[in-house]
Write a protein that binds this ligand. Sequence first.
Ligand code: NDP
Length: 484
Amino acid sequence: MQTQPKASHFIDGEYVEDTAGTPIDVIYPYTGKIIASLHAATPPIITQALASAERAQRDWGAMTGTQRGRVLRRAADIMRARNHDLSVLETFDTGKPYQETSVADATSGADALEYFGGLAGAMTGEHIPLAGGDFVYTRREPLGVCVGIGAWNYPTQIACWKAAPALACGNAMVFKPSETTPLCALQVAEILHEAGAPPGIFNVVQGMGDVGASLISDARVAKVSLTGSVPTGRKVYAAAAENIRHVTMELGGKSPIVIFDDADIDNAVSGAILGNFYSTGQVCSNGTRVFVQKGIKEAFIARLGARLQGVVMGDPQDPTTNFGPMVSDTQRKIVQAYIQKGVAEGARLTAGGNTPDRDGFFIEPTVFADVTDDMTIAREEIFGPVMCVLDFETEAEALARANATEFGLAASVFTNDLTRAHRMAAGFAAGTCYINTHNLAPVEAPFGGSKLSGVGRENSKLALNHYSEMKGVYVAMNDVEAPF
Ligand code: NDP
């Protein structure tokens, strides 16, 4: 497959290059080899992208929702038709196995385009009757030019999760992918354009944090939506506050999975595997603190160990591979350091922990047992395939310890006790909760975090509120009364 794009940026409906920008080499995590070379956006490229978005937004925002929705739904169809090629590219960009990318990336992007395309024509204001025949009506209006900034773990999905609701509401978007995975968002831009999106409605500019920072600080920008880490979130939120802009922050987590002794243990093991090793552990909502009730702890660890025999580590493009390399050597080194810290702080390593002696940024799926709440590996987001198993005795204790974190992205409970399941879900201090599963993110459901994990929600009808604002119009049906 041709992995070198026609140019680095996509602006105003076409590929654009400026070789004066800082070079960005795209590395395939399986081979460590360069598969594409791009350039970061220079100030003229940033200006061009924002100016084109501002221009395009005026007409796009004036179209009916039904007209906009038609474009998004067409884009969804094109995406589904090209799922194979998009999945292969996603695998080159991130190293995630094709077995995953072929069912979780372009497909989830297409779901978002279809869902918000369907909602676009159904967005309305309301009529509020008042005394004496006066009334207020509300108009749902677009915000204007939105900036999207993406992390490297889901480059297609993140671009679509931001673009679909933004465009449905009549906004234009300038999107900056992570410099680590810059290829997939360009495909999203091409597809939207091919589906009939007017030039400028979705522009992609490449670059590091400084490019993101210049986009946010531009006076033309009405909103910024970031998917990234908490430290970056702090900077982006502060920069957006300077001009009192709207924000959506999808940040990191250290989510709990609580497994009671009455749970279906095989389902619980499956949930813990999904919540720790899918995408080689590079998922923000991962349940990396697995609290297991004392009586079943050793049985859980034994079943988990047996299931880990099913890991197929290898060429991510081979459809039988189910565990890929980490996205970069840098990320792998961060994870290795956490594993060493876990051992040093006294956690019991029950699986993995090693770096396989082979090409690619691989690291074994790793399980620590006897982890205590104060250990570094139980407190900090590792963002790699490292599961911490902790044990507990009572429900109250489990809930208190699950919530004792500065993060609040996701939480799940495994139990067959109906009322306990709902008590736990109500008690979790997290934005995205699960009963008897973990890590599913259908477009119909709200996704997002509380506490340090973020502000706002992506997906579901709620996302529309984060990409539009309500204007109230008071209509007087009577003479105006004045004091003099
Ligand atoms: P980073 O926070 O390092 O980067 C996120 C994006 O922000 C990148 O595009 C980065 O550019 C950009 N950026 C960095 N500094 C600035 C700045 N000052 N102003 C504007 N933009 C900036 O995250 P990672 O890419 O390392 O992704 C991993 C993190 O993302 C994890 O913490 C994970 O939990 C979180 N995440 C959250 C999700 C959620 O939905 N809640 C989903 C997926 C991931 P560049 O990298 O090119 O320098």
